[in-house]
Design a protein around this ligand. Structure first.
Ligand code: DLL
Length: 433
C-alpha cells in the first residue's frame, strides 16, 4: 500500500478524537461567522457548546442545495472575500449555479486530499497523469491537476473534448494514468479503436474515474477495453470537489472517505433520520477543516451505504459503497423506483450490446413509459433485424426480472447514442417539459 499520509491508518479512537476537535472548531466558527448557520442553529436552540461528542452532530441543522442558491453568490463564505483565492461553481439544471470558495489553505488541503486519492489509486511520484476532466468552473480539472502536482506526477492538463488529440497525446506522452469520467473513458476507447490504436498496448496502468454514477459492469468494460485498473473517485463541489473519498487499488471495493477532513453520515432520504452503518440512504457531509466555505450536514442526495468493515489495504477510514445514484435522478415508473445505474447493469451484462445508452421517459395517457436506447455491438448490427429484435426482447425480460419494470428497448446503430464529453446525460425525461 502506498500511503500518502499516516493519518489514513490511524486507529479509530484517535481518528474520532481528531474529528471531534475539528467538528467543535468548525461549528464554533460557522456560528460566529456565517449568518445562515447562526440563524439555523438558533432556530433549533443549539449552539457550539452543545457539541460534546461526535454523535452531537445530529443536533445540528441540515444544509441543502437550495440554501446555497438562496445565499448566492458568497453569502455562506466564512471569511472575507479578500481571503478567497479561488471560486468554483456547479451548474444546476435551472437558475443560478451554486458557488463555493477556497482560501489559500483550502487549496493546499484539497491538493493534499486529491494526492491521497491518487496514491490510493496506486500512483507514485514519477507517474504521468493525463487529466481529461473538464477545466473551468467544474472542480474536476483543477482538482485532479493540483492533486497530481502535489503527489509529484507529471500532469497533462488536457481537459475534456478533442478526443482524437487525446489519443495522440496518450501515445506520445505515454501517461501511466488517466483521469476522466467513466463514460468519457469509453468514448476514448472507442475513438482509439476507430483510429486503429490499441490503447491496451500503451503504458497506461490506472484510470481514476468518477463525477457520475457507474456500475461494476462498467468497471470491467473500461478495464478490459483500456487494459487498466479502473478506480472510483468521489467528491462534490459543495464539500470540496473531487477528493472526498477514493477506492484503494488493493480492494477496489468502496470509497474510503477521508474522515480526518469530512464527517460522514447516512440518513433516511425522506425523514432525514440517521441510519446505522450498513443501511442504504442519503449521504451527508460536514467539513472539518475548510476555511472559506465550511459546510454543516450537507444533504448530497447521493444514495449509498457506509461500510465500517476493516479493509485489506489497512486504511481505517470508513468505506462508502459505489453510489447507486442521486435521489433526484431516481425515476418512478408506474410506481417502481428505478435508478439509471440498474438499467446500466442489465445492459452491460448483455454481450451483444455496446456500453452506450440513454433512457427516455414519456407519459403516454396516464402511464409512464421508459424507453431504453442502447447501441448494438458492431457484429450485432451486421445481423438481420430479427436477431436484433431477439436481443431487445431479452433485455426487456431482464429489466422486468431484475428491476421489476416494463420498458421498451430500442437497439440503435453504432454512433447513434450521443457520446459523453464529461458527465454523461443518462436520462431525458420528457414528462418534465
Ligand atoms: O463531480 C467532483 C468530481 C470531479 C468528482 C471529478 C470526481 C471526479 P460536482 O460537479 O459538484 O462535483 O458533482 C457532484 O457528482 O453529488 C454525485 O452525484 C456525482 N458524483 C461524483 N463522484 C461520483 C462517483 C464533481 N464516484 C456529484 N460516483 C455528486 C457516482 C459521483 N457519482
Amino acid at each position: 500500500m502506498i500511503l500518502h499520509n499516516d493519518v489514513e491508518t490511524l486507529p479509530r479512537e484517535d481518528l474520532e478524537a481528531l474529528q471531534l476537535k475539528r467538528l467543535q472548531a468548525t461549528v464554533e466558527r460557522c456560528y460566529h461567522t456565517v449568518g445562515f448557520y447562526r440563524d439555523a442553529m438558533d432556530d433549533l436552540g443549539v449552539g457550539p457548546q452543545h457539541i460534546k461528542s461526535l454523535a452531537d452532530v445530529r443536533l445540528l441543522p441540515y444544509t441543502k442545495k437550495e440554501h446555497l442558491r438562496e445565499n448566492y453568490p458568497f453569502g455562506l463564505f466564512a471569511v472575507p472575500t479578500e481571503q478567497v483565492v479561488r471560486v468554483h461553481a456547479s451548474s444546476g439544471t435551472t437558475g443560478k449555479p451554486t458557488v463555493v470558495g477556497y482560501t489559500r489553505r483550502d487549496i493546499r488541503t484539497w491538493a493534499k486530499l486529491v494526492a491521497r486519492c491518487l496514491a490510493a489509486s496506486g500512483l507514485c511520484p514519477g507517474d504521468r497523469l493525463h487529466n481529461a476532466y473538464g477545466y473551468g468552473l467544474f472542480t474536476g480539472g483543477l482538482g485532479l491537476h493540483y492533486g497530481g502536482e502535489e503527489l509529484g506526477v507529471m500532469v497533462t492538463p488536457m481537459s475534456g473534448g478533442q478526443t482524437q488529440k487525446q489519443i495522440m497525446l496518450l501515445q506520445d506522452f505515454a501517461p501511466t494514468a488517466i483521469s476522466c469520467t467513466p463514460s468519457y473513458a469509453l468514448n476514448l476507447a472507442e475513438e482509439a479503436e476507430s483510429m486503429g490504436v490499441d490503447i491496451r498496448k500503451l503504458p497506461l496502468r490506472v484510470g481514476i474515474h468518477g463525477a457520475e454514477p457507474w456500475t461494476e459492469e462498467m468497471r470491467y468494460e473500461i478495464e478490459s477495453r483500456l487494459g487498466i485498473d479502473a478506480v472510483d473517485i468521489y467528491g462534490l463541489s459543495e464539500v470540496i470537489g473531487p477528493g472526498v473519498g477514493n477506492e484503494c487499488i488493493e480492494a477496489k471495493n468502496g470509497l474510503h472517505i477521508w474522515e480526518d477532513h469530512f464527517l460522514v453520515e447516512c440518513v433516511d432520504i425522506d425523514s432525514g433520520k440517521p441510519l446505522p452503518y450498513g443501511e442504504e440512504g442519503e449521504i451527508v457531509f460536514t467539513s472539518l477543516t475548510k476555511e472559506a466555505f465550511p459546510i454543516i450536514r450537507y444533504r448530497t442526495r447521493d444514495i449509498s451505504v457506509l461500510d465500517p468493515a476493516p479493509c485489506k489495504c489497512g486504511r481505517t477510514h470508513v468505506r462508502m459503497r459505489r453510489i447507486t445514484g442521486r435521489s433526484d435522478d431516481m425515476l418512478i415508473i408506474r410506481g417502481v423506483n428505478v435508478f439509471p445505474s440498474q438499467v446500466e447493469s442489465v445492459l452491460m451484462q448483455t454481450e451483444t450490446l455496446s456500453p452506450f445508452y440513454q433512457i427516455e421517459v414519456f407519459r403516454e395517457g396516464s402511464l409512464d413509459t421508459m424507453v431504453v436506447n442502447v447501441e448494438g455491438s458492431p457484429p450485432l448490427m451486421e445481423q438481420p433485424e430479427e436477431a436484433r429484435e431477439r436481443v431487445a426482447q431479452k433485455v426487456v425480460r431482464d429489466i422486468k426480472d431484475f428491476i421489476g419494470v416494463s420498458a421498451r428497448v430500442v437497439i440503435k446503430g453504432v454512433g447513434e447514442v450521443p457520446r459523453s464529453q464529461g458527465k454523461a446525460v443518462r436520462v431525458i425525461d420528457h414528462r418534465k417539459k
